[in-house]
Design a protein around this ligand. Structure first.
Ligand code: FAD
Ligand code: NAP
Length: 339
């Protein structure tokens, strides 16, 4: 076996669903050189490679017959600070939320609405992580990725990443790009985004009249802690389904039968339906089958009460998808990456 590679490693500590499957080989990588070396050796041995960060957007349904590369590179620094605009760069293995907190402590604004999202910096562009009205595309300055087909390094600008709603070029080409570091354009001046969900109300309850970026972050953390299960206590991968974006005509058909349907207009003229509302209406909220279930407070979140397998959770997800399609004519798409 290659130096630093471990064999038959349980991935339970490395995925937030807490699914106990094994990786045939497992290696932690902390630098570009270690990444290149591991990829070269895997290629020589004809092994597939699976990259993981925090494992918070994964559903593992079987043992992984591959080398699992765990991104553990660290480092964050300011690349430029000019006329109120600050560009910071962070290595892929940096845990996301501590990075957000570090940026706020430096007095940099822009990432506050993306507080308390689990996972790593390197995975954040994969699905253009978003919360409370902000997506990383809004503060994105660039990234450096390794082309796993050619071994070449490439810098990507905003347009090239083709970010969409929980989507990107990288998500659409699984296995091609390994993201090594990401750059963000932040600001010394706060542009507050408070009009999403209960953010403004929470700040008012906390007596905050002129919110700072840190106050917004704190308010969002407090809302999230109340509503979302902590993976350290209850296995989950956050929202299990994307909110479906449909034509207004389809919304009209649904609204005729279900007047309370929750929908948000999109810039392109379509509407985004709240998948959580559809699932709750269909009676799945709090549902439990063995150790696989739907969270009792947030029906968009599937949970592992302990010993659920990835296949059981996937089976539950498929039953929900079939039910929502039959009731509302809406196809729900899974958000986590399935293996
Ligand atoms: P992983 O799960 O390790 O990997 C996800 C995918 O990215 C995999 O396909 C993996 O192969 C690939 N990947 C990982 N690192 C790299 C890399 N360096 N280069 C190339 N590919 C890579 N998401 C949101 O968008 N908004 C939220 O508000 C949000 N809230 C969440 C709350 C909870 C409680 C949980 C459990 C999850 C939540 N998520 C949310 C989902 C998840 O945290 C994010 O998608 C996060 O960015 C995943 O990061 P990760 O490091 O855990 O990725
Ligand atoms: P919420 O506030 O209860 O809202 C329910 C849904 O309605 C959300 O999914 C959100 O869509 C949408 N929504 C709410 N206000 C909106 C507005 N003003 N304009 C457009 N859409 C609006 O949601 P929540 O579950 O507590 O989550 C809060 C935020 O954190 C959301 O942005 C959510 O996406 C994010 N989050 C994501 C994950 C994940 O794993 N992806 C997990 C937890 C939380 P959007 O989802 O499109 O924002």
């Amino acid at each position: 076996m290659t130096a630093h590679w471990q064999e038959q490693v349980s991935l339970k500590p490395y995925n937030t669903f807490g699914i106990d499957v094994k990786a045939r080989y497992f290696a932690q990588v902390q630098s570009d050189d270690e990444v290149r070396e591991a990829l070269a050796q895997a290629r020589q041995r004809g092994l597939a490679v699976m990259v993981i960060g925090g494992g918070s957007n994964l559903l593992l349904t079987r043992d992984v017959d591959a080398l699992v590369l765990h991104m553990a590179s660290r480092g964050r620094h300011v690349l430029g600070d000019d006329a109120g605009r600050v560009v910071v760069e962070a290595e892929a293995g940096e845990p996301w939320h501590p990075f957000v907190q570090w940026s706020l402590q430096q007095g940099f604004c822009g990432l506050e609405n993306l507080s308390l999202i689990p996972g790593t910096v390197g995975a954040a562009p994969m699905q253009n992580v978003g919360a409370y009205g902000v997506e990383i595309k809004d503060v994105f300055a660039g990234l450096t990725a390794l082309d796993r087909h050619t071994g070449e390094l490439r810098d990507f600008g905003l347009e090239e990443c083709a970010f969409g709603y929980r989507d990107s070029l990288f998500k659409r080409n699984p296995g091609r790009w390994l993201i090594l570091r990401v750059r963000f354009a932040l600001s010394h001046r706060l542009q507050a985004h408070l009009d999403y969900g209960p953010v403004r109300q929470r700040l008012a309850e906390q007596g905050v009249q002129a919110p700072t970026a840190q106050a917004i972050s704190d308010a969002i953390c407090s809302i999230r802690r109340e509503k979302l299960p902590d993976p350290a206590e209850l296995g989950n991968a956050g929202s299990f389904f994307k909110n479906p974006v449909v034509a207004v005509e389809q919304l009209a058909r649904i609204r005729a039968e279900f007047p309370g349907v929750v929908a948000y207009p999109q810039a392109d003229g379509q509407v985004k339906l709240a998948a959580g509302w559809l699932i709750e209406q269909a009676g799945w909220k709090g549902y439990r089958d063995g150790d696989a279930g739907v969270h009792r407070l947030q029906s968009l979140v599937l949970v592992n009460y302990g010993q659920a397998s990835g296949a059981q959770l996937h089976g539950l997800a498929q039953r929900i998808q079939a039910d929502i399609l039959a009731r509302f004519g809406v196809a729900l798409e899974m958000e986590p990456n399935l293996y």
